[in-house]
Design a protein around this ligand. Structure first.
Ligand code: ZN
Length: 82
């Protein structure tokens, strides 16, 4: 019976149902969706394989690079201002 109580406490899937509520199925381990709502899916493809890809300016890599550059500008900008 220990297993049944574990299931009751498992994190629930948060997918919206057509009835308007939440799915409430137990989510797949380490994910927040159940087996019916993409729990096993690795998500949409990264990069040009994704249909919403436009020019690569918003890939995780490009965004990181801009953040890094801005942090440098911020640090050195402060020093010159005094
Ligand atoms: Zn679900």
């Amino acid at each position: 019976m220990a297993q049944l109580t574990n299931i009751r406490r498992a994190p629930r899937c948060g997918a919206k149902t057509r009835a308007g509520g939440c799915c409430q199925c137990p989510a797949i381990r380490d994910r927040n969706r159940c087996r019916l709502h993409g729990g096993k899916s690795t998500g949409a493809p990264r990069g040009p394989g994704n249909g919403n890809y436009k020019g690569g300016e918003f890939t995780a890599e490009a965004v990181k690079e801009r953040q890094w550059l801005r942090s440098i500008v911020r640090t050195f900008g402060k020093v010159e201002k005094r």
